[in-house]
Design a protein. Structure first.
Lengths: 347, 346
């Protein structure tokens, strides 16, 4: 009797409408992304006339304006890629750890990558782009495992609080090790300090090209694990009951996130808080289904990083603000807001 | 009757034993600090006979010594000792008040607040001298209030306060990085001072505001030492023992922030000294007495020894903050591992 009165058809249609809504959101977000990309090419510390922008996009380098545009194109591309990678990595980490505070910056993964790169540059004379990237990915992976192991010691496994504390402590520890490694080396200190803040300025296609395969692999693994992340979201027991190999699913998804973080950090330096903010905002738009959440986080991350980069170019004219500083200013208040308001267990 | 008097006797005995242990610890720490202080004065790149130093301290002009010791080593050692005392005492006051070793000012953003204000005052507003200290103290108090207010939700949970503090300090640190990247004469030395703390270029003039702050706020803290110790038992228990909890909190917070911020204005936020001193002091002292003074002395020993090691014992010259940071970071991780293992709260 009761089964008849269940509003099954309506619920299906509700789901359909929500899917249409999600489609609309997706279209809107892509539109925003397009607009921001155009802005990113057109706006900067130097005002460039529209004609010059178009000519510059066409590849001409006749005036200073056109040259400025030619510099902005790879920068925009890098911001797009890095933002998408960090947004997606954040969403994966929040899914894998089922932790609203997870973020490549907060969990110390970015700092692990940068410590590895700094050690590599200072002690092992790595120079090639490939070596940079592999070192960064190794560092990111090592830091992720380290933080997860520390955070899941003891009763209750990896609770949000324990993970966040372990990550923050590891980040602090790694950053003082970075300083200790860099400081005696005056020859590399200047370059590493500016890299350490995290930014997309000075990008060239030659620097972007080597990371593309790693990013592609990371995106593929990440997006393909959406279904597994949905199972994991039900809790380990239930996911295992549904036939999911929990540990394997976690490991594969984390590998994707580590590839994305490591490759991004190798080019841009550690950019924090983006991976925290974007998945939360995306969840507000499209809900908790990872098949939607992951692509949205990637696109949203690209939008946010582009926007942050544009803001950084405008607010401090004629100088520039590195994007890592802007994201910290957006992201840290957001982090505090989550700590205050979300139902974070054990807070 | 005999049982009562023997119990009483044991209590008196225990008290005396604890008292003498506490005094012994203080004496040992004092001697240690004084020894490193003397070592810093006597032995640098070159050896200076103690007799010359004594004559110089008594006001004579001794060629050579007046410069190397009077201008270089003495200000450095004095500043190191004062900053160490301030960081050690201010840090442990916070840890006791919030009953959590992670709640030290350098982790919850108060040191970075003071540092950000100091660097803003110096680079952007071109201020110097005691004015910088005042700005740093005010900003430190502001940040402390902000962190406290932001983590207030049906009372302040220690863990929420720590996470909020970590967020706030991330923001402040990127503010420091921004100001430094805008500074006209951007130098790595200056950057290091405001990011990890350094004693390079110390001058005797910087010591005066620090000394005043230490006397004022340190005196206030020591005056409140008994109430602060009662807070370790929990707010309710402390109130039952006759401590005015709210008032004690406010006074302790103002005094501790005042000390930390004035030290930060002089030397930068020397990494982890405030965080390390308390637990080390607790390990040595046990439960034999107040931690304030032992922790202050441990802080002084850490900064003096760290600075000496950073200058002369390591393969290249490091600012003191890097040395203490390298010591403190593994301890921070160790602390978290131990806490997670035991499963209890911090």
């Amino acid at each position: 009797m009761k089964a008849d009165s269940l509003p099954t058809p309506r619920r299906w249609s509700a789901a359909g409408r929500s899917n249409r809504n999600r489609g609309l959101f997706l279209a809107g977000l892509l539109l925003v992304l397009g607009l921001l990309s155009a802005l990113s090419v057109g706006v900067g510390t130097r005002d460039v006339a529209l004609a010059d922008v178009l000519a510059g996009l066409g590849g001409r380098l006749d005036s200073i304006g056109q040259a400025a545009v030619a510099v902005r194109i790879p920068r925009t591309a890098l911001a797009l890629l890095a933002g998408a990678a960090l947004g997606l990595a954040g969403a994966i980490m929040q899914g894998v750890t089922r932790n609203p505070l997870a973020d490549p910056g907060i969990l110390g993964v970015n700092m692990g990558a940068s410590l590895a790169v700094v050690v590599g540059v200072a002690w092992f004379d790595i120079a090639s782009a490939q070596a940079y990237i592999w070192t960064a990915i190794l560092g990111a992976g090592g830091a992720a495992v380290f933080v997860y192991v520390i955070g899941s010691l003891g009763r209750g496994g990896a609770t949000p609080l324990k993970l966040a504390l372990a990550g923050a402590a590891t980040s602090v520890a790694f950053s003082s090790m970075v300083i200790a490694v860099v400081l005696p080396r005056n020859d590399i200190a200047g370059g590493i300090r500016s890299w350490q803040i995290g930014g997309v300025g000075g990008a060239t296609f030659e620097r972007i090209l080597p990371v593309l395969p790693f990013l592609a692999a990371g995106f593929a693994i990440g997006l393909l694990s959406a279904r597994k992340l949905n199972s994991l979201a039900l809790g380990d027991e239930l996911a295992a009951g549904l036939g999911e190999r929990v540990a394997l699913a976690r490991a594969v998804a984390s590998l994707g996130a580590i590839l994305l973080c490591g490759a991004t950090t190798a080019v841009c330096g550690p950019i924090g808080f983006l991976g925290l903010v974007v998945p939360h905002l995306s969840r507000l738009l499209v809900g908790v289904d990872h098949r939607w959440l992951l692509p949205f986080s990637a696109i949203g991350g690209a939008c946010l990083l582009l926007a942050a980069d544009i803001v950084g170019r405008i607010v401090a004219r004629p100088a520039e603000l590195d994007v890592g500083i802007v994201t910290a200013f957006i992201g840290a208040p957001f982090f505090i807001w989550i700590v205050r308001h979300q139902r974070v267990r054990e807070l | 009757m005999t049982t009562v008097s023997s119990t009483l006797g044991r209590i008196v005995d225990g008290r005396q034993r604890r008292k003498s242990r506490w005094l012994f610890v203080i004496a040992v720490l004092l001697v240690l600090a004084a020894a490193i202080f003397a070592l810093t004065l006597v032995l640098g790149q070159s050896f200076t006979p103690p007799g010359d130093i004594l004559r110089m301290l008594l006001g004579e002009t001794v060629p050579g010594t007046s410069f190397t010791v009077g201008q270089l080593r003495l200000p450095r050692a004095v500043l190191a000792a004062l900053a160490g005392l301030s960081f050690g005492m201010g840090g442990v006051a916070f840890q006791i008040m919030l009953r959590n070793p992670l709640a030290s000012p350098d982790i919850i953003g108060i040191s970075s607040g003071a540092s950000a204000a100091a660097v803003f005052a110096i680079v952007v507003l071109s201020m110097n001298g005691p004015a910088v200290s005042v700005v740093a103290v005010v900003a430190g108090l502001g940040v402390a209030l902000m962190v406290y207010g932001l983590s207030f939700r049906n009372g302040v949970a220690g863990t929420r306060l720590i996470l909020v503090g970590i967020g706030v300090s991330a923001m402040l640190e990127s503010f420091i990085a921004y100001i430094l990247s805008q500074a006209p004469a951007w130098s790595l030395q200056e950057a290091m001072r405001w990011l990890t703390g350094s004693l390079n270029g110390a001058q005797l003039g910087q010591a005066l505001p620090l000394l005043v702050a230490l006397a004022l706020f340190g005196g206030l803290l020591l005056h409140k030492a008994r109430d602060l110790d009662a807070l370790r038992l929990g707010d309710d228990m402390a109130a039952a023992l006759g401590v005015r909890v709210g008032q004690t909190r406010v006074v302790v917070m103002i005094a501790a922030v005042g000390m930390i911020a004035s030290a930060t204005a002089a030397t930068g936020p020397i990494a982890f000294v405030a965080f390390l001193s308390g637990p080390i002091a607790a390990r040595i002292v046990g439960n034999s007495g107040s931690l304030l003074l032992p922790s202050a002395l441990v802080g002084a020993v850490l900064v003096l020894a760290g600075d000496y090691a950073g200058q002369f014992l390591l393969p290249s010259r490091y600012p003191v903050g890097v040395v203490t940071g390298a010591l403190g970071a593994p301890y921070l991780i160790f602390l978290i591992i131990r806490v997670n293992r035991s499963g209890g709260s911090l």
